[in-house]
Design a protein around this ligand. Structure first.
Ligand SMILES: Nc1ncnc2c1ncn2[C@@H]1O[C@H](COP(=O)(O)OP(=O)(O)OP(=O)(O)O)[C@@H](O)[C@H]1O
Ligand SMILES: [Mg+2]
Length: 299
């Protein structure tokens, strides 16, 4: 058994014990109101577009009339802050202070998306004593007063923090790109996850595709692999085009969905929003005028 797989199994077992313990006293660590949707965004390989998707999906869902909160659980990187165009002074861990309430760590982002910076905080939550855990749980459970959808930007790979979040979230979006290495790392996440839990709540998003056919191609290959080796087929939420509007928006410290709503990437995120809210499959997204020009001039 690979190291990653056995680590995951241990975690799943530990977590089951913790949950049983928590249930005894009538509480769960990451519990929120039942009508709040919790979506964790993860990947096997780093740098494939988790933060981009988390931020733009949050803003897209908010624009579609939802109340959204984004929690940055990507340790060491203040990415979400940057894309939200502001600097935060406080993070999740400050909630351990008796004088600090949830309101004090929740920031107002683009279009009214609420967000909590998690820089270096999540690591500490894992070593909290029971009292500290209870305190954090109690304060965090009020997140559902701010939002009906909570999006969590996790780090990449199968480390403990990421797995805690994946296992606690109801829905998981696994991001990959058409690159073979990203594909292999995404498969490792699916394998580890499905080997040790019965839940089938992972959906794949393929980022940075050049043409729609590329999406079908990557999706088909991934499905063949998971069917052959794991005996399961994997669900897809959809795709996002490789688009220079993404980097342009990063430089302006703005989400591309508001900076350039007609760009191919923004139109894909809008289609993903629609799919998440309706439960229907993501429709086909044309690349529009820019796509036409790219094809015409051979880009
Ligand atoms: N659809 C896209 N088209 C073009 N560039 C993209 C696209 N998606 C992401 N990028 C670029 O890829 C880089 C990495 O994106 P991002 O920071 O969102 O990845 P990440 O998975 O959060 O990375 P990390 O693992 O370091 O947290 C950024 O420079 C971003 O602009
Ligand atoms: Mg990131």
């Amino acid at each position: 058994m690979s190291d990653q797989a056995s680590r995951l199994r241990n975690l799943v077992e530990e977590r089951a014990q913790e949950e049983a313990k928590a249930r005894e006293i009538g509480e769960l660590y990451f519990d929120v109101a039942e009508d709040t949707r919790v979506i964790a965004i993860t990947s096997g390989k780093g740098g494939v577009g988790k933060t981009s998707l988390a931020v733009n999906l949050a803003v897209g869902l908010q624009l579609a009339g939802q109340k959204v909160m984004l929690i940055d659980a990507d340790i060491g990187m203040a990415n979400v802050n940057l894309l939200m165009g502001s600097v935060t002074n406080r993070s999740l861990i400050d909630l351990l202070n008796d004088d600090i309430e949830l309101e004090d760590v929740v920031e107002n982002g683009v279009e009214g998306v609420k967000y909590i910076s998690g820089v270096a905080a999540i690591e500490a939550t894992l070593n909290l004593n029971r009292n500290e855990q209870k305190k954090l749980h109690k304060k965090l459970s009020r997140c559902s007063e701010f939002a009906n959808i909570i999006i969590i930007d996790t780090g990449a790979g199968l480390n403990r923090n990421v797995i805690e979040f994946i296992l606690a979230a109801e829905e998981v979006l696994l991001i990959t790109t058409p690159e073979p290495t990203a594909h292999a790392d995404a498969y490792a996440v699916i394998k580890a996850y499905t080997t040790y839990t019965e839940r089938r709540n992972i959906k794949l998003v393929i980022n940075r595709i050049r043409e729609e056919e590329e999406y079908e191609d990557v999706a088909e290959k991934m499905n063949q692999t998971t069917k052959k080796f794991l005996g399961i087929s994997i669900d897809y939420l959809g795709y996002i085009y490789d688009d220079k509007a993404v980097l342009e928006a990063v430089h302006r410290q703005e989400p591309f969905i508001t900076a350039n709503p007609k760009s191919p990437a923004a139109r894909c995120v809008s289609a993903l929003v629609k799919s998440l809210l309706s439960g229907e499959r993501m429709g086909s997204v044309s690349k529009g005028w820019r796509g036409f020009l790219d094809r015409l001039f051979g880009y």
